[in-house]
Write a protein that binds this ligand. Structure first.
Ligand code: IPE
Ligand code: IPE
Ligand code: MG
Length: 249
């Protein structure tokens, strides 16, 4: 299919509300999110999308109740272990975008390392899991790294700056899908989403499936990306011109 995005990113939002609608604890919403994650990975893989990024845990999410944070750490570990071989078999290179310093439990960090190493040579698709991720933190760490290397100010360009971000080979995001109806960035891949198209399906993440993903791809193909230029005239044909004004203003 032509006109597909090269890099799709999902802000997987709405787990808590999904659970609340069922009068169950928020953790049940997180548990139910796994099926959506796997469906979307499979859909992106089938569509031939080369780059897929999923926002799983933000630097701000550490502020949630301890029990919920602990549950999320355990859940991510279980998902990583359970699906590692499937991801590898599909030729998916997996990597994590987040701080390695870190508050992540050591055994989870080890599983993340193992998955990253196992799949490092795969080329069909790159799956980036933003986990303990903050867009501002990445920008600050790039600035620190430039300063540490003694790069002279006149050599700091958008290109050289981007090379100091984590995973600098990551292309700009073309399409961000944020589920649950919330319409904000929430500190997600701030540098990389500079010119992304955004979609806000009114679906809670645990209910999001391949069909919704395909709908977003389809809508993306109908968007005109201008990057600050001027649109093709045909695209503005349906937009009413303002009524002609007469007289002096
Ligand atoms: C997204 O769902 C999952 C994470 C942020 C880890 P939420 O937990 O934010 O769900 P809502 O927004 O409260 O419904
Ligand atoms: C963003 O969702 C983070 C993830 C989806 C992992 P949040 O639910 O944490 O964001 P806010 O609080 O609505 O901005
Ligand atoms: Mg949320």
């Amino acid at each position: 299919m032509s006109g597909l995005p090269r890099h799709v990113a999902c802000v997987m939002d709405g787990n808590g509300r999904w659970a609340a609608l069922r009068s169950s604890p928020r953790t049940n919403g997180h548990r139910a999110a796994e099926a959506a994650v796997i469906d979307v990975i499979e859909a992106a893989h089938a569509a031939g999308i080369p780059w897929l990024s999923l926002f799983a845990f933000s630097t701000e999410n550490w502020g949630r109740p301890q029990g919920e944070v602990r549950f999320l750490m355990r859940l991510v570990q279980r998902v990583v272990r359970k699906h590692a071989l499937m991801l590898h078999a599909r030729g998916i290179r997996c990597r994590f975008l987040g701080d390695a310093d870190t508050r992540i439990p050591p055994s989870l960090a080890a599983d993340i390392d193992a998955l990253t190493t196992l799949t490092a040579g795969n080329t069909r698709m790159t799956l980036t899991v933003a986990f303990d991720h903050g867009g501002r933190r990445d920008i600050v760490s790039a600035a620190r790294s430039l300063i540490r290397e003694g790069v002279p100010p006149e050599q700091v360009t958008e290109e050289s700056f981007a090379r100091h971000l984590p995973h600098p080979d990551t292309p700009d995001v073309d399409l961000v899908i944020r589920t649950s109806g919330e319409q904000r960035i929430s500190n997600f891949m701030l540098w990389q989403v500079a010119y992304a198209e955004w979609m806000f399906p009114q679906v809670l993440w645990p209910d999001f499936r391949a069909g919704h993903f395909w709908e977003c791809l389809d809508a993306y193909r109908r968007r005109e990306r201008r990057f600050g230029g001027v649109g093709a005239p045909a695209r503005t044909a349906g937009v009413a011109a303002p009524a002609a004004t007469t007289g002096r203003s």
